[in-house]
Design a binder for this molecule. Sequence first.
Ligand code: TSX
Ligand code: MN
Length: 586
Amino acid sequence: MALTTNTHVLEWVSEMAALTQPDQIVWIDGSEAQLDMLRAEAMATGELIRLNEEKLPGCVLHRSDPNDVARVESRTFICCEKEEDAGPTNNWMAPDEMYAKLREIYAGCMAGRTMYVIPYSMSVVGSPFAKYGVELTDSIYVVVSMAIMTRMGKEVFAALGDSADFIKGLHSKAQLDPEKRYIVHFPQDNTIMSVNSGYGGNVLLGKKCFALRIASCLGRDEGWMAEHMLILGIENPQGEVRYLAAAFPSACGKTNLAMLIPPEHYRRKGWKVWCVGDDIAWLRPGPDGRLWAVNPENGFFGVAPGTSAKSNPNALAATMKNTIFTNVVLKADGTVWWEGMDKNPPEGAINWLGEPWDPADGSKGAHPNSRFTAPAINCPCISPEFENPQGVPISAIVFGGRRAKTAPLVYQSRNWAHGVFVGSIMASETTAAATGAVGVVRRDPMAMLPFCGYNMGDYWQHWLDMAGRVEKLPKIFNVNWFRLDEEGNFIWPGFGDNLRVLEWIMGRCFDEAEAEESPIGYLPKVEDIDLEESGVDAQTLRELLNVDRELWKQEVEGIEEFYAMFGEKLPETLRAELEKLKKNLE
Ligand code: TSX
Ligand code: MN
């Protein structure tokens, strides 16, 4: 039975049901009883596999189709009226043309299946940040995943009332045909359509599709920001907690930073780090003139490989109950494993494809993009402010990337406009794991390249314009944990020791730390970073902070080439910042 009398919802559900022809429609109320029933049904069909109830209570394993294991950027579209509003970094098609194409693909695709109607909220229901969505799907995996990743259930319909202000999402696995796979956004209709995939990033429509692509458009129109950022709180020995938001391209350890454990030397003194979010931040000007942020999600959809008791014990702890694992190794004892969890690949286990696995044959047991979907409240360092509907005040914005030589360990922008420039020139060098080609520079401004729902040039202008809306702007920084020495070894210990850098960053935000000028911005002086018990000496830190003018001149050429893509849409302010950088390097 329908869980709402909202005519906009009812009309849309019946329209989509007429198109996709499900055998029945089930309204998701969010109750444990209903979720238990759905889990039981999915376990009966093999869609979910129950794991060891003693060791991993409430946990299940899911295997996706082997041809369907990651987001598909080449099949992701922004369908606004004008092509130039999607910009050069997005795929675009005219809305009418795309709707016509999708109607053919969706026609009758749910015949013999159930359509689930999922009401969900991004951010706490009733929060000033909250936005509501309704996702229609033929996948139980999607329902149980949305139960972890969002606030899901009938209270969302209560909060929505009769309003038409919700994001429509239609998902069908259809035939999982990769040739007919589409992830499509219609910003002017607040609509998302996803078809022929069952993989998380393509089908959990609240996440990248809504909370980043559609929300970035809402933020542009309403004066706020939807960003691909972690949020963390740093508690100092005086008990003050200060918050930062940070954007990194993939393979830079964003989830690890979000759940950082301070080095022993800091823990002794009383430092603590609190995780508010690991992937998405919604940021709004607050009544006090500061910029406030929430994590609109309710869980972590993290990459499993590489997550270990060493690299991220908090993430590992978060997966010990009520977690969905996707495409990992199933061990004989009904627990799970993945590459980088420990150095002991299990004997007698089943790989991500569901086949008996011999670790000695050189094949991977878990898919490199295998995932855990874990409730945020499971995380031992989850912030007490995680559920605060007002969010947390952001003192610093941190950008970063993986650079062997060019970017120093840390630098600070001179002002907001320069900081926007620093975000716009973000880049990461590829690792072998990603593509095979090592050390190729990939531009990924604000880590939003695949997630910005409109023209990136207009997006940068929106960033610049936030200066007129926020009185006490956060300071903007850039970090690089990945500097290499001449032999190709990492010279910064990274992980928990990154707190040493974050301490300087917070010090700068509260006028407690020094800096010196450089051609690219403010650098810490060697004595400004606490190296006690770090194993890093002053000379090494000097090397980590070195700015090589010749490398930066090459960098400028790369930036000019990248900026050229945006033509007239490139804000004049950013072009001027690039000219300033050039001059500073002479
Ligand atoms: O996540 C990482 N962070 C951020 C942590 C808070 N990683 C893993 C990146 C892949 C996702 C890092 N890797 C970091 C880092 O700061 N730094 C490095 C590079 C590095 C790797 C190993 C060592 C030191 C640096 N040392 C030893 O293994 C002993
Ligand atoms: Mn992400």
